[in-house]
Design a protein around this ligand. Structure first.
Ligand code: GLY
Length: 569
């Protein structure tokens, strides 16, 4: 199988950032050797380096993810988890490397004596940390589908951690914004707030402990981090700060290959992430209901499309209340994506009036939000595609960096319904299906997605907490329904609704003044939102040209690759 998927050996090569543009995407560079989009230029360059070396989309995706674990510490990680959806040759797969709750995890740990959630307990410090899935996840992805030697794929991350990388404006801003969290833990502050000041723009950061961890990982794979001295250091740091991670938790962790959510929509074949992520189900429901509601015929400007999106999503996110780890979920993808259910949900929608969310499923409460996850998309010359989303959950996770390991631990436990019915940091209200339980995987919204049609293929997804499925869906619809080029598909302002709070969140310019008035008339509350996800997309068209776009709302970076001889064309 590996042999069949191996990228063909490439002749003399060069990174090409600005040629072969054509068609609706004339502003977007194209190349025949592949394309990568991620949240950081150095990470994207690592992906391109793998393509140049003859690697395939998986080699490129894993190298990109590992560099993000160094240069994008607010979300890239070895101490977190994530999901990947891939199409390699004819194989379509989903890898779940989501964190698991430690064996000692109990819901009561996050509650006070009155049964009320103590907010910081599931967000700050190692009690908030799930068992990291990324070390096994990246390795497993490469073990099954990669073609380059593992050490070569890890090498760009080793170089970044060992030789140093330059702090960007965005990272400097994130460090400053999160200085209080980072200052709580001595080892974290030593790396990210040296001398009490956050690393500023242009400074060079080296993280020798992380470089050593990565070298060991390159040599031995995940056991280097999940067993032995680094695992002991993780457990020791966790215990010292009130956490419950054990050596058994780390040694027992395994990623899971899952059957992706599959559906057809607007002539495209789609694969997206199944439980424990709600992302693929929400995307499938969105497309399924919109097809029933004559989406393609509605004008792009005006109130109709925003109204339909809001009505579809308030129902999808109410259905999300029933979802959780596959072992305890109270609904399945088959239930929520069945033609009968989609017919019923679509038929409930009144095209002239907003349905109050209470009429769908009652609840109310205040939202808070955070964005810190990261997504990367890759396509290669063979038409393979990888969509990979990974996270620490909150920015810089739980804030605790394990000194001997050089990386931060996540705060993914907050993605459980710590107190069912109470909103989490994304304002998401979740049910008992997603209650804390030992060994369980917390419900996610991550939506790594691959879609294809007649020789075209794309990979896309986003960070953005609860806004991941809605941001991803809008870009996808812009491409497949409205034939937007990738840049305009991503640039186009977006809206969001998540059932609770009962409001449309709109980016600036997402609604004309007339559309806004009309939506208010139909009964919608409208609030401002800076970014509905940061979508990274890569696509290979039937003519063999690969393009990628990183969302300009965030710190992203996109690049393409072509063999050098083709640059002369
Ligand atoms: N931590 C955000 C998510 O998984 O949806």
């Amino acid at each position: 199988m590996k042999r069949a998927l191996r990228s063909r050996a490439l002749p003399a090569v060069a990174l090409c950032l600005s040629f072969l543009a054509c068609g609706a995407d004339s502003s977007v560079p194209a190349g025949t050797g592949g394309a990568v989009a991620s949240a950081a230029p150095r990470a994207t360059a690592a992906g391109i380096e793998m393509l140049e070396a003859g690697g395939n989309a998986v080699d490129a995706a894993v190298a990109t993810a590992l560099v993000l674990a160094v240069v994008h510490p607010n979300a890239g990680n070895l101490g977190g988890g994530g999901f990947a959806v891939i199409r390699m040759g004819d194989e379509v797969e989903a890898l779940d490397f989501r964190e698991t709750a430690p064996a000692a995890a109990r819901a009561e740990m996050y509650l006070d004596e009155n049964g009320e959630a103590v907010p910081d307990r599931s967000l700050i410090g190692p009690l908030a940390a799930g068992v990291p899935g990324s070390p096994h996840g990246y390795f497993e992805l490469h073990r099954r589908y990669g073609t380059l030697p593992w050490e070569q794929v890890v090498n760009p991350a080793v170089r970044a951690a060992r030789d140093g990388f330059v702090v960007t404006d965005r990272l400097a801003g994130a460090l400053e914004e999160n200085a209080d969290l980072l200052a709580r833990f001595e080892a974290t502050a030593a790396v990210w707030l040296p001398g009490g000041n956050s690393q500023g723009t242009g400074s060079t950061v080296r993280i020798p402990a992380l470089a050593e961890s990565l070298l060991a990982y390159a040599d031995q794979g995940p056991v280097a981090l999940m067993e032995g001295s680094i695992a002991e250091a993780i457990v020791e740091a966790s215990e010292r700060h009130g956490g419950i991670l054990s050596l058994e938790d780390l040694a027992d962790y395994r990623p899971v290959w899952r059957r992706p959510i599959r559906f057809q929509t607007f002539g495209w074949e789609v694969a997206s992430m199944p439980l424990p992520s709600s992302g693929g189900i929400i995307l499938g429901q969105t497309c399924g209901m919109l097809e029933r509601l004559d989406w393609a015929a509605r004008p792009r400007e005006g109130a109709d499309r925003a109204h339909l999106l809001a009505e579809v999503w308030r129902r999808s996110y109410a259905d999300r209340y029933l979802l959780g780890d596959p072992s305890t979920s109270q609904a399945t993808a088959e239930d929520l994506l069945s033609p009968e259910w989609l017919d019923q949900r679509a038929a409930e929608i009144d095209s002239e009036r907003a349905t109050p969310s209470d009429e769908i499923l009652p609840w109310s409460g205040p939202p808070t939000e955070s964005d810190q996850t990261t997504h990367l998309s890759v396509v290669d010359a063979e038409g393979n595609a990888v969509a990979l989303t990974t996270t620490l959950n909150g920015s810089f996770g739980c804030g605790l960096l394990v000194p001997e390991a050089g990386f931060l631990l996540n705060n993914e436990m907050d993605d459980f319904a710590v107190q069912p019915g109470r909103p989490n940091q994304f304002g998401l209200v979740q049910g008992s299906a997603n209650a804390v339980g030992p060994g369980k995987r917390m419900l996610s919204s991550m939506t790594p997605t691959v879609a294809w049609r007649d020789g075209e293929i794309m990979a896309l997804g986003a960070p953005g907490g609860s806004r991941i499925p809605t941001g991803t869906a809008q870009v996808f619809l812009n491409v497949i329904v409205d034939d937007d080029g990738l840049q305009s598909a991503v640039d186009r302002p977006r809206v969001h609704h998540q059932w609770r709070p009962d409001a449309i969140w709109a980016e600036a310019d997402a609604l004309t003044p007339e559309a806004r008035q009309e939506l208010i008339r139909r009964g919608h509350d409208i609030r401002k939102r800076y970014a509905v996800g940061l979508v990274q997309i890569a696509m290979r068209t039937a003519d063999g040209l690969c393009r990628s776009v990183a969302d300009r709302r965030g710190p992203g970076s996109a690049a393409v690759y072509s063999p050098a001889k083709e640059m002369k064309q």
